[in-house]
Design a protein around this ligand. Structure first.
Ligand code: PRP
Length: 222
């Protein structure tokens, strides 16, 4: 049987995930010294040579692709932000809320401008059209959503949109660009997701790893 595969979101969440795995007692040397490799074995310390030990592989991918690999069952677990899950997370189990990658979705616009004044249709720039559409649908507001790939803060500054729906972590990017939060939408953190079939077919191994992650996340130093 192939190793249990955990897809990790490359970048900030990857480093935090590594800290979690090391707290669990997994040897993450290969992940630390990965170079350009994308599939890295992890070993359970003190357990080398035991044929019953769980073989684990870390797979490095972009956030949305983490969900795709887990949904299709080529990876069993994934670690990904709730932001990406909220946008395109259907078809996987969300099994654990992790204490890192903490931020929020917010509606933001130019400081001092009343977003709700007047009756014209508003334009909203965002990397997260599904999240934005859902938010305004709940308010019963028709808005024009404009999909942007990054540096969304530019859109209201250049006059492309009235506001943005985006991730706010420290608030530094908004402040540096004369923007402010109009309304909080949803809090975000990293999540462990699991493939639906794997959770049934490899239940014992999957549950054991999940229990280890849950026990380690409160003592790990992120
Ligand atoms: C994210 C987000 C904001 C910024 C928020 O962008 O889209 O721009 O971080 O962080 P802050 O509140 O701490 O300033 P990211 O750095 O992922 O780059 P991007 O805009 O190119 O997507």
């Amino acid at each position: 049987m192939r190793p249990i595969r955990i897809a990790l979101t490359k970048g900030r969440l990857e480093k935090k995930s590594l800290a979690l795995f090391e707290t669990m007692g997994l040897d993450c040397t290969a992940l630390r010294e990965k170079g350009r490799r994308l599939i890295l074995p992890m070993y359970a310390e003190n357990d080398i040579g035991d044929e019953t030990r769980i073989q684990i592989e870390a797979v490095l991918a972009k956030a949305a692709d983490v969900i795709t690999y887990v949904r299709h069952g080529v990876c069993d677990f994934g670690i990904v932000g709730k932001d990406t899950l909220a946008e395109n997370g259907a078809g996987v189990y969300e099994v654990l809320r992790l204490p890192f990658g903490v931020c929020k979705f917010a509606l933001a616009g130019k400081s001092g401008v009343d977003f709700y004044a007047g009756h014209h249709e508003r334009s909203i720039a965002t990397k997260y059209p599904t999240v934005a559409r859902r938010f305004f649908a709940q308010k019963g507001m028709d808005v024009n959503i404009i999909k942007i790939e990054g540096s969304v803060e530019l859109a209201p500054l250049l006059g492309l949109s009235d506001a943005i729906v985006d991730i706010v972590e420290t608030g530094g990017t908004l402040a540096a660009n004369g923007l402010e939060v109009i309304e909080d939408i949803q809090s975000i953190s990293a999540r462990v997701i699991a493939n639906v079939a794997s959770m049934k077919l490899r239940h014992e191994q999957m549950q054991s790893l999940l229990d280890d992650m849950a026990a380690s996340m409160s003592v790990a130093e992120f």
